[in-house]
Design a protein around this ligand. Sequence first.
Ligand SMILES: C[S@@+](CC[C@H](N)C(=O)[O-])C[C@H]1O[C@@H](n2cnc3c(N)ncnc32)[C@H](O)[C@@H]1O
Length: 222
Amino acid sequence: MSTEYDLNAIVPPYITDYLRSHISHDDAFLRGLEDYAAANDVPIIEPESARFLTVMCRIKKPKKILEVGTAIGYSALLMAKNTPKSCRITTLEYDEKMVRLARENIKSAGFSERIAVIEADAKDYLAYIDDESSFDMIFLDGPKAHYVNMLDECVRLLKKGGVLISDNILYKGMTADDNHVVRRKITIVKRLRAYIDALMAHKELQTAILPLGDGVTVSVKI
Ligand SMILES: C[S@@+](CC[C@H](N)C(=O)[O-])C[C@H]1O[C@@H](n2cnc3c(N)ncnc32)[C@H](O)[C@@H]1O
């Protein structure tokens, strides 16, 4: 995993260094994907958030997971490896190259039976999933500017007691403070703020905002 520091990160580098020194793992396949992602600038979940997702999977023991944003299949495989064998994961990705790489990686890791990669634009596709109230967990890690538009569909698809985890919600601190906002990111930032407002006001959700990695929310459907 990359130990290069992002100077705009929301957590000071010395804390990140300390955290990462405690969360190494010995999964050679996932390590290979981490190296590929670092070498090819593919954004995958940060190590601290990956460990959080792992622990959530172990606590929740989900049977059915929906992921938005597959990339090379790293987080999908991480979840599959930390859930019961009966757990099925559907993951959505609209970039053709990523879909191909993810499918290859998932096949090489021996998880094709458990993880289905769907090539689709998640903004449109969620509305076509008709298994209402059936997902135990949803991991939102796709288009940040559209989280807010996808929220109602996510709530519709989640079971009561199901968990919605959303990544990058503090977006290098820009979501929290105008002084950190880079002009070309202003639209995404406004939409992420709207997403957090909607999560916190939602009658069917209870949400915690964690300053972990690039900011993670964890919501439970009540
Ligand atoms: C941060 S990466 C996902 C990383 C992955 N979850 C992991 O940690 O291994 C975000 C992915 O979402 C995909 N994406 C962005 N907008 C999308 C959309 N509207 N529908 C489907 N996928 C989208 C991007 O192509 C990218 O591969």
